[in-house]
Unconditional design. Sequence first.
Length: 113
Amino acid sequence: MGWRPDDSYDWKTARLNWLRRRRLFTKIGLAAAFLAAFVAAWKFLPSSADLSKVETQWHHERSAREQLVYYPSCSAARAAGAAPIRVGQPGYRPELDADRDGIACEPWTSWGW
């Protein structure tokens, strides 16, 4: 083994390969840590965290909230100071929306009547 000139030993390629390996091992380590955290969180979730039950409860609460406010007509909604009522707001019903644009009890209709 003798002296090697600079062009026979490509130290730049060796360093690049080392950096690539380091990057790969970092990604594998992060993926493993994320997977371990997910498994640990999944293991300790309570049994009441069933998503179908949560969704059913959410629908019941939303329907109960919407039933708390009821306006028999737009004049009643205007008298209560709630008009116009948009979709998603308490008291909105499709029956109160004359032109079906998502805004009930508008002061004027889109037809200009």
